[in-house]
Ligand binder design. Sequence first.
Ligand code: SAM
Length: 283
Amino acid sequence: MGTIDGLPPLREVIRAHDLVAKKQLGQNFLLDLNLTAKIARLAGDLAGSDVLEVGPGPGGLTRGLLAEGARRVLAVEKDARCMAALAEIAAVYPGRLEVVQGDALALDVAARLAPPVKVVANLPYNVGTELLVRWLTPPAWPPFWQSLTLMFQKEVAERIVAKPGDDAYGRLALLAQWRCDVRIVMTLPPEAFTPPPKIHSAVVHLVALPAPRFPADAAVLQRVTAAAFNQRRKMLRSSLKGLAPDMEARLLACGIAPTARAEEIGLEAFCALARNLAGPAPG
Ligand code: SAM
């Protein structure tokens, strides 16, 4: 059966370019073009947007993004072996696909993109969380992107959307939900990938809020949540005592019980505490 873009099916692409998956590059490929088009659609209307894709590999998701109408795709791939396959896609979509060979962690891509920008990626699992944290902590807000539609291990996806009391609740949930609306929009079994990973995966859609959900200084909030969750089972009066000599009074001033534990405290209260800590000692 022909493909929507007239290019060969992905199994043939992989065979033709000898793209045997490398574990150290987190290569678990999506070969079903219906599935990659569906993931592209989860990012919303792509027409009129630039899309940043990290780790296009043999280009299944890239083809989905282009077929779904992305104005332009900037694809950053570390593996030189994928370049020829990606060049074939670029030839079918003149002027719409730019491929950069390199490490997404080392490149400054924002300058190469025109707003509005959507980030869509089936991320290499070994660098996924690190990239997300970087995208969520730019020097200024709003960031260079409007939304992130990202595949993670299901366990990481659950950490992003977790609420107080959930096992997965912690710093990643607070950081993501402080600055974005977050939602799991799809879960996938291991068999969806070639080769299949050991774990289930999930796509998370994050939409940047115009400003953080509650006011707080990013560095102070980061310090508070790090201290609180590094000892998540301890009472806050004990896990946070290194941050201020009068911590118990500050917790009370924010309406937080000093005997509460980090996992019980919501984002709004953490932000109130960060604001309190950034200000003078309670009188
Ligand atoms: N997007 C393809 C798909 O859905 O089939 C491939 C996804 S695969 C999970 C991750 C891809 O990221 C691989 O192609 C891998 O070579 C690439 N990769 C790994 N580390 C990278 C890095 N630091 N920067 C850019 N690409 C990277």
